[in-house]
Every structure is written in structure tokens, then in C-alpha cells.
Design a protein around this ligand. Structure first.
Ligand code: NAD
Ligand code: LMR
Length: 348
């Protein structure tokens, strides 16, 4: 386990800087699954981001309607909707010239389901979208939201490898919602502004693979009592998704907070692409950190640059409790990754 210098590196960017822009150039962003629970608010937030000039909304249903609606918002991004057989052209047209492709397409959980229970449906949706992306926009940055993220990201990697266009620096599993939740829950306990509380969350995006590094959260970390309060907080961050699934009672999972988190991450990537230095976010990427234990993908703080991943930071100094959380996360992560890779091999 690497334990170097995370504490001395630049802090993760706080959410209060969302949508700040000092750049003159802008970006073409495609949202695949744009009519869904996440897709609609995410598209609205992207329309509100001054860095986006071209917003392409694709879905198997309703995308032209969603695009017509959002296009009336008086911000610069030119917004177009694409459906598989529409007059504007289908997915290929939506992806032409895209700098960023965000994928929230797929089914969400219902109470009693794990994210892995979505695998059978979402694996083929993500694979097919990735095939077209590899053909039409091989240099775009791909942001995968569709669950199970631990497996869908390796699936995209395999599709891109098969097409001969894989660049690990440009493929991201979006885990920003875990960081967002950790900040919200810990700042609530500490009585601090959420924007002042940044918790790196590493590992993956499901249950025990979600590892919050509360010991690295600065002064706020001291407000959590060891023992029951600490364990409850860790559990709440690891199972925050289940909290929303339960509250929505069969109507789906987190959509609005996910849209927010997705927009934060896309904005960070665009700022870095336009030359801002020191842009740092946690994300699930191909990573050397736990590769020797079979976790070839791993979420950790990443410095972003013009080409995507600029530097993967190690997990840094961790407490004994966090060490145990990591030990539980790695084998599960390895299993999830292998499942995705094996599935693409059998279902190319
Ligand atoms: P949803 O059912 O509301 O929306 C999904 C959308 O995808 C629908 O509009 C559907 O028509 C569209 N779709 C399905 N197949 C498609 C295809 N082949 N091409 C284009 N669009 C297609 O679901 P949601 O609540 O928006 O969730 C979407 C996914 O995001 C789920 O898998 C969910 O588990 C996941 N999710 C991930 C995170 C995360 O932190 N990474 C957070 C929340 C939800
Ligand atoms: C989340 O963390 O909210 C998402 O991954 C959706 C889910 O299934 O919990």
C-alpha cells in the first residue's frame, strides 16, 4: 500500500468552485442516456456550465424533447437531441467531434438489489455505446456513470483495446458522488461548511469497495469519535446509495445528487483540458496502485491535465481502520473487474 505524500499535495477542489471558468475555449459534451433520471438534470447542469459550447443529448427515447426544452436556457451551449432513428442522425452524429462523453445510460437499482445485479442489463448497453464511441470519437474523455461502475469501466477499456484506440488516461469511472456524500455527512457532524470539508474516497463504487479516508479530512476528522460514530459514518458513506434507493421506494436510485456530481467532474476535466493547473479529483481509473493484487482499476485522487489523467496519487497515510477497509475492498474490486473483462471476452 503506497503511503506517500498525499497530505502534502494540493487539496481536492472544493465544490464551491463549481462552474467557475477563466478559459476562453470550450468543449463539446455528449450525454448518452440523456432522458433518464440522471441524464436530464445532468444535461441541464452542463447547459449551465460556461465551458460547454456544444451539448449533444442522446437516448433511445425522448432526447429531442429534452434537448428542445434545455435549449431555451439562455446560456451559450448549442444543444441538440439525437435519437437512434431521428432526422438529426443517431448516436454516431451525437458523438462526432465530442471532447467528453458522459454515460449514464442503463437501469437503476430497486430496493433489495446490489449494483452487481444490474450487470446483465447494463453491460451490453455500455459495451454497445463504447463500440460506437471507439469508432467515432476515440480521443474523447469517457465518463462512465452506469452501474456497476467497478465492472462497466473495465468493459469500456476492453472494447477500446479491441478497437485499438484505448488510452487509459481518458477513461474515468465517476465516483464523485462518494466524495460528495462524504463531504456532506462529515461536515454535518463537524458543523462546518461542506465546501471546507474534503474527504478523499478511494477504491471503487459499491459497498465495501468504497473507502473513505476520513483521517485525511483535516480538522473535521477530529470531530468523529472513534468506535461506533466512526463506523456508522463509514457505513453511511459506503451505503449512501442504498439510503436513496430505499427512500425512493422502487422508483430508482440517486439521480439529482449524481447529476450534480457528474457535472462537477466534467467541469474539472474541462478546466484541466483548458490549462488550469492543480485540478484534482478522485476517480476510478486504470491504476498501478493495487495492480499487484489484481485491482487493475482503482479510484484515488488524480491530478487532471489536458490529456486526462496527469498523475495518479497514492492513497497516502491511512489509519489502521482504513487499512482494514482497503483490505476488504481489494478482493471485491478484483472480482468485479475480472467479471467485466471476462464478460466482454465472451460477449464481444
Ligand atoms: P434511468 O432509468 O432514469 O435513466 C437511464 C436512461 O438510459 C433512460 O432514459 C434510458 O432510456 C436510457 N438508455 C437505456 N439504454 C440506452 C442506450 N442503449 N442508449 C442510450 N440511452 C439508453 O436511470 P438513472 O437513474 O438515470 O441511472 C442510470 C444509471 O446510473 C444506472 O445504472 C445507475 O445505477 C447509475 N448510477 C450511477 C451512479 C454513480 O455514482 N456512478 C449514481 C447514480 C446512478
Ligand atoms: C449511488 O451510489 O447512488 C449509485 O451508485 C446508485 C445506486 O445504485 O446506489
Amino acid at each position: 500500500i503506497g503511503r506517500t505524500a498525499l497530505r502534502t499535495a494540493a487539496p481536492l477542489r472544493s465544490a464551491s468552485r463549481l462552474f467557475s471558468s477563466s478559459a476562453s475555449q470550450n468543449s463539446a459534451v455528449a450525454v448518452l442516456g440523456a432522458s433518464g433520471g440522471i441524464g436530464q438534470p445532468l444535461s441541464l447542469l452542463l447547459k449551465n456550465d460556461p465551458l460547454v459550447t456544444s451539448l449533444r443529448l442522446f437516448d433511445v427515447r425522448l432526447a429531442p424533447g429534452v434537448a428542445a426544452d434545455i435549449s431555451h436556457v439562455n446560456t451559450p451551449a448549442i444543444t441538440t437531441g439525437y435519437s437512434p432513428d431521428g432526422p438529426e442522425g443517431g448516436l454516431e452524429k451525437a458523438l462526432e467531434g465530442a471532447d467528453i462523453i458522459v454515460i449514464p445510460a442503463g437501469v437503476p437499482r430497486k430496493p433489495g438489489m446490489t449494483r452487481d445485479d444490474l450487470f446483465n442489463t447494463n453491460a451490453s448497453i455500455v459495451r454497445d455505446l463504447a463500440k460506437t464511441a471507439a469508432k467515432v470519437a476515440p480521443k474523447a474523455h469517457l465518463l462512465v456513470i452506469s452501474n456497476p461502475v467497478n465492472s462497466t469501466v473495465p468493459i469500456v477499456a476492453e472494447v477500446f483495446k479491441k478497437a485499438g484506440v484505448y488510452d487509459p488516461k481518458r477513461l474515468f469511472g465517476v465516483t464523485t458522488l462518494d466524495v460528495t456524500r462524504a463531504s456532506t455527512f462529515l461536515s454535518g457532524i463537524a458543523g462546518l461548511k461542506p465546501s471546507d470539508v474534503v474527504v478523499p474516497v478511494v477504491g471503487g463504487h459499491s459497498g465495501v469497495t468504497i473507502v473513505p479516508l476520513l483521517s485525511q479530512a483535516g480538522p473535521a476528522a477530529k470531530s468523529v469519535q472513534p468506535g461506533e460514530q466512526y463506523e456508522k459514518l463509514v457505513h453511511r458513506i459506503q451505503f449512501g446509495g442504498d439510503e436513496v434507493v430505499k427512500a425512493k421506494d422502487g422508483a430508482g436510485s440517486a439521480t439529482l445528487s449524481m447529476a450534480y456530481a457528474g457535472a462537477v467532474f466534467a467541469n474539472a476535466l474541462m478546466r484541466a483540458a483548458k490549462g488550469e493547473s492543480g485540478v484534482k479529483e478522485c476517480s476510478y481509473v486504470e491504476s498501478p496502485l493495487y495492480k499487484d493484487q489484481g485491482a487493475t482499476f482503482f479510484a484515488s485522487p488524480i491530478t487532471l491535465g489536458a490529456e486526462g489523467v496527469k498523475e495518479i496519487h497514492p492513497v497516502g497515510n491511512v489509519s489502521a481502520e482504513e487499512e482494514k477497509l482497503l483490505e476488504a475492498a481489494i478482493p471485491e474490486l478484483k472480482k468485479n473487474i475480472e467479471k467485466g473483462v471476462a464478460w466482454v471476452a465472451e460477449n464481444p
